[in-house]
Every structure is written in structure tokens, then in C-alpha cells.
Design a protein around this ligand. Structure first.
Ligand code: ADP
Ligand code: ASP
Ligand code: MG
Length: 421
């Protein structure tokens, strides 16, 4: 029997009625001749509520207990989905991560899936079960504790199951009908893409487009899992949604594929740092040890042997970064005049594999922001993306301006010069 993986996110299983609508889609695939592995998220809002309870009791929590609490939302949905399918006469049962078992690393709160043995679920399929409903987002560590995979982690559970079971396809059902040129909730002109390349999706996800968890795209790319994003709120068929695939399978020629934003960025500046060999290592070493995810880095021109060093990190890590840098200063490893944290910034990025072969993307991006009077605080680039930090109050305006500047609402692309070889 061909195996299909179908994942339903929080809004797609928000209440018993939504679970029933999702179960109807699963029944349709069973009737079409597939064995199905359904991966479910917690009901909408539930994981946030659980995280809130943990934070209110223990701001510096034991991550093992955090995982014990926040993984529970998915258990409820898995059981309810299995019951709903049984009521429809579809042979189904639920599985929590540890029962499969989904073996992960011990990095609580951000664990990595290491192995998914097939035997238990295959055995049940052989006995006539048609649907295995698996709680997403969770697994079990080598120490036997429950782990979670990081927010949005059910996407990764789904792709990992698709890889482990050699699934024909991994369908991610969500509250939008595909991957758009930008978040359709903040730009009304956003256009659904028929296809997007793994590499572009990887950048968009890691730069803030939460439609897929970054790790799920990495896995899909590594194991060549046919991945599709589509709506659980609409009638869907073979051509619905967006296919995430290798770039060789993309017909539409475009320079930029999308604009992503990340709201929770902070810009940290160390002033009057000694400009000497080894200073960057002395600053970023302690930050890495403290688990701060440093993203952009800028070192200013030095005056009289002193320079300013600026970097960005997620807002929730600002306190940790400050503590690590003050501790390094007390130990005499670094010396600076001031540490200034600006937590009112957002990162906006344009992404497209066409940037490899076309010039002028940066110029057009900066021009579009300038025409809206938006000041750029930090810039970084890589082969297929350009990111800027701007004041957070301009975030939506910046996304819309860039969407317009690159004419992403149209299938064609504005003329940009080809790069000279
Ligand atoms: P789920 O609960 O199904 O996992 P998420 O809320 O995690 O759903 O992801 C879907 C959301 O991602 C959409 O509602 C949309 O607001 C947001 N999103 C951000 N960027 C994009 C994009 N480029 N295309 C589609 N959706 C996007
Ligand atoms: N429920 C988890 C979260 O909200 C996992 C997921 O939905 O993918 O992050
Ligand atoms: Mg999600």
C-alpha cells in the first residue's frame, strides 16, 4: 500500500468540528487506496497556554518538565482524531511520540529527531489499521524523558515520518492554501506560489515565514521528500496548494520569490571596543556559550583604536546576551564603554535563487525602503537573500513596499540586469 503523510496544524484541529473536517480528508485518501500517517498539532492556542503556565510558575524552568507540559496538547488531539476516524468506520489508533518511538536527542525544547523505527506502525498496518494518528512535536530522549522539537515542530515530525516510511507525499494542511510571496495576513497583494524551491523555502522559513518549521524543510531537502502545503479549510485536489521541490522542477522564472519578516529581533551595540586581533572571538565566544543565536554582525570603522560592534539576536535572548557580555567584561576578556539594546527592530528579507544570476536586487530593495522614508540599521546578504533591520513600526510598510518593488503580485518579474560572468 502506498503511504501518505497528512499533517494538520493547530487551527485545522481547533475544535471537534475542525477535527471532523480534517478526518473527512483523511478518509478520502484512505478510500483512494492509501495507508495514512496523520500528524496532529495541539488545538489552536493550546501550546501557548501551556507555555504561559510554565512561565508563570518557573521563569527559569527545568526544560524536561517544560517538555512534559507543552507536549501534552498534541496527545489530546491525537486521541480525538483517532476517535473521530473510528466513528467514521475508518480503522485508526493514536500514538504518542514515545510509543512509536520517535527517538530524539536530549536537547529539551529543541530536540532533533534521530530515528523513527517503523516496526510498530507497520505491524498495525499489516493487521488492517488504515490510519496511524501520531502526536506531532514530541519524542523521547535516550534518557527516557519526553522531548519537544521547538515551536512549529509538528511540521518536522511530519516530514521525518514521510522520510522514514518512504511516503509518496507529505501534505501539510494549514490555514492558508499554500506558500505565498509573503505572509498574506500582512500583505493583501501576496500571491500563492505553485512551486517553491527547497532552498528558497529554507531561507524564508529561517527568516521568519512560519508556514513551515525550518528544520522540516531541511529534512525534506535532505531526503527528497515530496512536500506540499495546502488548506484544510477548502476542498482540495491533486493540484491544490504549493509544492516545495528541487529548483530544477520550477518553470516560472523569477528573481525574487518572497519577502519574509521577523518581528522579535533586537539590535545590540557594544561601543568603544578595542580594535585588536581576537576581539570578535572574545565577544562572540561567550555569546555562543550562553546559547545566544547571533544573526547579523557589523563592525564599524575604528577611530583611535576603538570601534563599535553591533549584532542582532532574538528579543527573548537579550538578557542572556547582556549577562554573558558583562561577565566577560568582569573577567577582563573584553572591554567596552556601553552595551545598548534596541528591542524595537524587525528584520525584513527578500529571498530568491534568481539573485545568483541577477544584479541590482540590493539597489532596488534599498531604493524601495528609502522612498518610504524607512531607515536601514543593519544589512546582511548571502547568495540568495538580503536582510535588513528596520524600526519595528515600519515592518508591515517595508514588507508591502518590497512586495510592490519586486512586483511579486505578478507571475512575471521586473527587468533586472543579468550578472556578468
Ligand atoms: P499551523 O498551525 O497550521 O502550523 P502556522 O500558523 O504555523 O500554521 O503557519 C501558517 C501561517 O503562516 C499562516 O497563517 C500565515 O499567516 C503565516 N505565513 C507567514 N509567511 C507565509 C507565507 N510566505 N506563505 C503562507 N503563509 C505564511
Ligand atoms: N503545537 C506546537 C506549537 O505550537 C507544535 C506545532 O503546532 O507544530 O509550536
Ligand atoms: Mg506551524
Amino acid at each position: 500500500m502506498p503511504i501518505l503523510v497528512m499533517k494538520f496544524g493547530g487551527t485545522s484541529v481547533a475544535d471537534p468540528g475542525r477535527i471532523k473536517a480534517a478526518a473527512e480528508k483523511v478518509r478520502g485518501e484512505v478510500e483512494n487506496g492509501s495507508d495514512v500517517i496523520v500528524i496532529v498539532s495541539a488545538m489552536a492556542g493550546r501550546t501557548n497556554e501551556l507555555v504561559g503556565w510554565v512561565d508563570s510558575i518557573a521563569p527559569f524552568y527545568d526544560a524536561r518538565e517544560y517538555d512534559a507540559v507543552v507536549s501534552s496538547g498534541e496527545n489530546v488531539t491525537a486521541g480525538l482524531m483517532a476517535l473521530t476516524l473510528q466513528e467514521m468506520d475508518v480503522p485508526a489508533r493514536s500514538w504518542q511520540g514515545w510509543q512509536v518511538p520517535v527517538r530524539t536527542s536530549s536537547a529539551h525544547g529543541a530536540a532533533r529527531i534521530e530515528e523513527i523505527p517503523r516496526a510498530n506502525i507497520d505491524g498495525k498496518f499489516a493487521d488492517g489499521m488504515k490510519v496511524a494518528v501520531v502526536a506531532g512535536f514530541q519524542g523521547i530522549s535516550p534518557e527516557g524523558r519526553i522531548t519537544t522539537l521547538g515551536r512549529g515542530g509538528s511540521d518536522t515530525t511530519a516530514v521525518a515520518f514521510a522520510a522514514a516510511f518512504g511516503a509518496e507525499r507529505c501534505d501539510i494542511y494549514t490555514d492558508v492554501d499554500g506558500v505565498y510571496t509573503t505572509d498574506p495576513r500582512i500583505c493583501s497583494k501576496a500571491r500563492r506560489l505553485e512551486r517553491i524551491a527547497f532552498e528558497e523555502m529554507l531561507e524564508l522559513a529561517s527568516l521568519g515565514a512560519k508556514v513551515l518549521q525550518t528544520r522540516s524543510v531541511e529534512l525534506a531537502m535532505r531526503y527528497n521528500v515530496p512536500l506540499r502545503v495546502l488548506s484544510s479549510f477548502e476542498e482540495t485536489g491533486a493540484s491544490s496548494g504549493t509544492i516545495v521541490c528541487g529548483e530544477e522542477d520550477i518553470m516560472e522564472s523569477r528573481v525574487i520569490s518572497g519577502v519574509a519578516y521577523s518581528r522579535d529581533e533586537a539590535k545590540m551595540t557594544l561601543t568603544a571596543v578595542a580594535d585588536r586581533p581576537g576581539i570578535a572571538a572574545a565577544i562572540f565566544g561567550p555569546l555562543a556559550e550562553a546559547g545566544v543565536n547571533v544573526d547579523m554582525i557589523v563592525q564599524n570603522i575604528s577611530e583611535e583604536g576603538r570601534t563599535d560592534m553591533t549584532f542582532s539576536c532574538p528579543v527573548p535572548q537579550v538578557t542572556r546576551a547582556e549577562q554573558a557580555l558583562q561577565a566577560a567584561r568582569e573577567k577582563g576578556q573584553i572591554d567596552f564603554a556601553e552595551l545598548i539594546a534596541d528591542t524595537e527592530v524587525a528584520k525584513i528579507s527578500v529571498v530568491g535563487i534568481g539573485m545568483r544570476s541577477h544584479a541590482g536586487v540590493a539597489a532596488r530593495m534599498f531604493q524601495a525602503l528609502a522612498s518610504e522614508g524607512i531607515n536601514i540599521k543593519v544589512i546582511t546578504t548571502s547568495e540568495i537573500k538580503i536582510s535588513v533591520l528596520v524600526e519595528r513600526k515600519y515592518m508591515e510598510l517595508a514588507v508591502q513596499a518590497l512586495h510592490d518593488a519586486f512586483e511579486l503580485d505578478k507571475a512575471g518579474q521586473p527587468e533586472l540586469a543579468a550578472k556578468a560572468n
